[in-house]
Design a protein around this ligand. Structure first.
Ligand SMILES: CC(C)(COP(=O)(O)OP(=O)(O)OC[C@H]1O[C@@H](n2cnc3c(N)ncnc32)[C@H](O)[C@@H]1OP(=O)(O)O)[C@@H](O)C(=O)NCCC(=O)NCCS
Length: 182
């Protein structure tokens, strides 16, 4: 649905569930991703959640599989939409570690930002990232995100308390970055 230079962002299908399940059970990926601590997840539970969502009906949310080289390498999403303030949050996990640090994350985030600002009329996109994740922070910076602050020693991560860094990008900043890099 959203085609970047390196990635295609598209709806998650049943065929993606097995690789997403493997990513969700990879402790290194889970520790980097933030949020809940690593918790085991069965394939059956993931499949049941997927089927339940379908039964509920309605539209899929702004949640995408990240495809590269014709396979699913991770997922990303916009969520926590605030219609009044026109803001939302962004999350991304590339679970296939062979694709880390090669620009695939930046490409997917750029597609998501274009979707947010141009197609969903969002004004500000924000995210939180573990302070011990320089790869993610640098990737977000290169997409226009600015570090806005941090919640000190907020996260218990891999045996220690670490900061949770808050980053955000406004539509006008995104448009300027795009025109500067043309
Ligand atoms: C975070 C993530 C999306 C980034 O995508 P990516 O494709 O790996 O990263 P990119 O190649 O786009 O950018 C990485 C940048 O960090 C830099 N980098 C890599 N390792 C680094 C390190 N240890 N210290 C500082 N910078 C580092 C790279 O040089 C690159 O910067 P540059 O383009 O300015 O040279 C991806 O690594 C991922 O999903 N990781 C696992 C889960 C995760 O961390 N999710 C984020 C939750 S907030």
């Amino acid at each position: 649905m959203l085609r970047g230079q390196k990635t295609l962002l598209r709806a998650i299908t049943r065929d993606d569930l097995e690789c997403l399940w493997q990513f969700n059970n990879d402790v290194e990926v889970e520790l980097a991703s933030g949020g809940d601590p690593p918790i085991p997840q069965s394939l059956a539970r993931l499949q049941a959640e997927y089927e339940n969502d379908i039964v509920k009906g309605g539209r899929d949310g702004a949640r995408f599989a990240i495809e590269a080289d014709e396979k699913c390498i991770g997922q990303c999403a916009l969520f926590n939409f605030n219609e009044t303030a026109q803001t939302c949050e962004l999350g991304i996990t590339i679970g296939d570690k062979a694709y880390w640090g090669r620009g695939y994350g930046r490409d997917a985030v750029q597609s998501l930002l274009d979707y947010a600002f141009r197609l969903r009329n969002i004004r500000r996109v924000h995210l939180s990232v573990n302070g011990n994740n320089p790869r993610a922070i640098q990737s977000y910076k290169s997409c226009g995100f600015i570090r806005e602050g941090c919640l000190r020693a907020h996260v218990w991560n891999n045996g220690e308390y670490i900061d949770l860094v808050i980053m955000g990008v406004l539509r006008e900043e995104w448009l300027k970055l795009k025109s500067d890099t043309k």
